[in-house]
Ligand binder design. Structure first.
Ligand code: PLP
Length: 367
């Protein structure tokens, strides 16, 4: 099956004797004891199993595990590492997961934050106890591009695993497992959900190895699992994921080109622009450049806030990946210790009509 077909049919697991065309939602938390039956919904349930099967197929992995949030998915990887392990992570890692490492695993795991776009810096960060390299590409909010295949080669030479946060690209545009990563992580809250109304996360593994069994155990015993309702809605949303992503990337590319020539704009970060420092690697490992862009407004944070306040179709809110356009001055969301430029605006470009989005930006950027 090709991606669009898989997205529609890959998650529909109907076992009922009445043969509904669409898999029903099984809300029961417990199951009648019988051979091979599911036992209890924290360990497994039909809707979660269907979602996990779909996610594994979309990313080309052997298995997938669904979680109650993207952070819960990421934290499960860190929990599965032996205490005392060292990991290498990007210095611009999604701030929620960076906080998880530095706050929840202080004294348990060692971490080195590096510029993942600099392979020499990655290579010199390895220690004898390095077990994991964490990649996030494109990164948040600077859309930096890391070379997944090259980093995987370095890591595997040193017997370390590679996990890639694929939230921004989605499997529509990037398949980290095919590029050499061992694990893929998603915040399903974003493009998988696609409508800003489901919180969820996922991990997908290339092989069902011993480390994956540990992650499965963290999922089952830790219990940060999604509800059957949320799993159902994710399977439903993912049916349109390939077409939504094509629309998001098309609109983002056109907005990036428009912003790049605008006199009130100091710079644009979008990997589809030839001037972007990661464009070459993005073109090699991605089949589309995604729906997120950032730009710098001339005259600082106040000017940026003014632009945001004048917009009609871009909602001033955090998060990304929904059909509606969202915009925020990112430094304000990341707190006082952020390195994000104060005049940086991040846009999750939505699926409204392109001309409406362009006109809206145009009037907001005028004095
Ligand atoms: C949102 C996000 C996360 C965290 O996911 P939640 O669902 O909010 O817990 C992790 N990585 C990236 C890139 C994200 O955008």
């Amino acid at each position: 099956m090709r991606l669009e077909t898989l997205a529609i049919h890959g998650g529909n697991v109907v076992t009922d004797s009445e043969k509904p065309a669409i898999q029903p939602i099984t809300l029961s938390t417990t199951f009648v004891h019988q051979e091979d039956s599911m036992i209890y919904s924290r360990a497994n349930n039909p809707n979660r199993a269907a979602l996990e099967g779909l996610l594994a197929k979309l990313e080309g992995g052997e298995d997938a595990a669904a979680f109650s949030s993207g952070n819960a998915a990421g934290v499960s990887v860190f929990q599965a590492l032996e205490p005392g392990s060292h990991l290498i992570a990007p210095d611009d890692m999604y701030h929620g997961l960076r906080n998880a490492i530095t706050q929840l695993f202080a004294g348990v795991l060692e971490v080195t934050f590096v510029d993942m776009t600099n392979l020499d810096e990655v290579e010199s960060a390895f220690r004898s106890n390095t077990r994991l390299v964490w990649i996030e590409t494109p990164s948040n909010p600077l859309l930096k591009i890391s070379d997944i295949a090259e980093i995987a080669r370095l890591a595997h030479d040193k017997k370390a695993m590679v996990a890639c946060d694929n939230t921004f690209a989605t499997p529509v545009f990037q398949n980290p497992l095919r590029l050499g990563a061992d694990l893929v992580m998603h915040s399903s809250t974003k493009y998988f959900g696609g409508h800003s109304d489901i919180l969820g996360g996922a991990l997908i593994t290339k092989t069902k190895n011993a480390f994956w069994e540990k992650i499965r155990n963290v999922q089952k015993v830790g219990g940060a699992v999604p509800s059957p309702m949320d799993c159902y809605y994710l399977c439903r949303s993912i049916k349109t994921l390939p077409y939504r992503m094509k629309g998001h990337a098309d609109h983002a590319g056109q907005l990036a080109t428009y912003l790049a020539q605008h006199p009130a704009v100091e710079g644009v970060y979008y990997p589809g622009l030839i001037a972007h420092p990661g464009h070459h690697i993005a073109a090699k490992q991605m089949s589309g450049f995604g729906g997120i862009l950032s730009f710098l407004v001339k005259d600082g944070a106040e000017a940026a806030d003014r632009v945001i306040s004048k917009l009609h179709y871009f909602t001033n809110a955090t998060s990304l990946g929904g059909v509606e356009s969202l915009i925020e001055r990112r430094a304000a969301s990341e707190g006082p210790d952020t390195k994000t430029p104060p005049n940086l605006i991040r846009v999750s470009v939505g699926l409204e009509h392109l001309e409406d989005l362009l006109e809206d930006l145009d009037q907001a950027l005028k004095d």
